[in-house]
Design a binder for this molecule. Structure first.
Ligand code: HEM
Length: 302
């Protein structure tokens, strides 16, 4: 494209906006060239690690959580485009490939946690982090809400408890993740859960109401001719996010908290051995794509 054509196009662009192109061209003349550090906000990003102890590996712990949050945000970014746009199979195929790639990266890199921190140091500095827990990641919960109907986030015990025609609030009362911090007999909640609900519950309920009918699962259920290729990719994502990642995460918890059969308390205070297992959570985004055998064996293999 010639320079003349570019200038012409710029003039047209601003004229169509009802603006004076000359002002914008002058602005361009004086604008400072952009640089890498401002563009990616490197200085801000690299100033966000604030350990609470002097153990060197605490910074590794913080940074890997931050890396995970960014990957989860990339996933939300892709999923939202599927939720809020009309169904288009080729777009879905491409986005599902991205979601599977990101989740595989999180699974493949989890060794940074399992083997990448000094065992004794981790077990010492983690007590300074109580009652904070990855459990309080709202991005992790947003992905669930965008992907599937709330009824798929209720495990078998919850299904027996919940009444007929539950409202969104009823679903959140019985959602599987409350079991990490709620004693259903006494009604007592852990501080980890109380903090999380106080900060995010209203937002999650609003999000769930907004997304009702448009979750990935519901869009697929409404689609008459969803190809086998797309079904395979959806199943792959369901398995990676709801079985494979939870299992590498659980193995890491076992490595640090249960190495010598000690069964240490987690910072979030859950009965983590039971709670973190995909068999207990029974979380599936696309349950209708799985057969009975696959559902029975859910969580048995990575
Ligand atoms: C040494 C590393 C880690 C250990 C030992 C660990 C341990 C735990 C435990 C025991 C829980 C259950 C809640 C509690 O009682 O605290 C939990 C929940 C959770 N953790 Fe981690 N975690 C580790 C690293 C991570 C990382 C890097 C992330 C990434 C953000 C993460 C995200 C989560 C999430 C999302 C939950 C809730 C899972 C669910 O509800 O299904 N964890 N973690």
């Amino acid at each position: 494209m010639s320079n003349e054509k570019i200038i012409n196009d710029i003039e047209n662009k601003y004229q169509q906006l009802g603006e004076n192109p000359e002002t914008y061209l002058k602005g361009l003349l004086h604008a400072k060239p952009i640089n890498y550090w401002d563009y990616v906000e490197a200085d801000t990003l690299l100033s966000l690690q604030k350990p609470r102890t002097n153990f060197k590996d605490e910074e590794i712990f913080i940074m890997y959580h931050q890396v995970t949050e960014l990957f989860l945000k990339m996933m939300v970014h892709e999923i939202k485009q599927l939720v809020y746009e009309p169904f288009n199979e080729s777009v879905w195929l491409e986005k599902l490939d991205r979601l599977n790639r990101y989740t595989n990266m999180l699974i493949g890199s989890f060794d940074v946690m399992k083997y990448g921190m000094n065992y004794d140091d981790y077990n010492t500095f983690r007590s300074s982090l109580t009652p904070a827990s990855g459990f309080q990641s709202v991005t992790f919960r947003l992905i669930e809400i965008y992907c599937t109907r709330l009824e798929n986030l209720i495990n078998e015990e919850g299904k027996n408890r919940i009444g007929e025609n539950p409202s969104t609030t009823d679903y959140f009362e019985h959602i599987y993740w409350k079991d990490a911090g709620l004693n259903r007999k006494t009604g007592k909640k852990s501080l980890t859960l109380l903090q999380f609900e106080e900060k995010y519950l209203d937002r999650l309920v609003a999000m769930a109401n907004k997304t009702k009918g448009a979750t990935l699962e519901e869009k697929i259920l409404k689609t008459q001719n969803c190809s086998e290729a797309l079904k395979m990719k959806l199943k792959e994502f369901d398995h990676l996010y709801n079985v494979a990642w939870p299992l590498v995460h659980l193995e890491t918890a076992q490595h640090y908290l249960d190495l010598k059969g000690e069964n240490k308390a987690a910072t979030g205070g859950s009965e983590w051995k039971k709670y973190l297992h995909p068999k207990f959570q029974q979380r599936k985004f696309f349950p209708t794509l799985w057969n009975n055998d696959e559902i029975t064996n859910w969580g048995n293999n990575k």
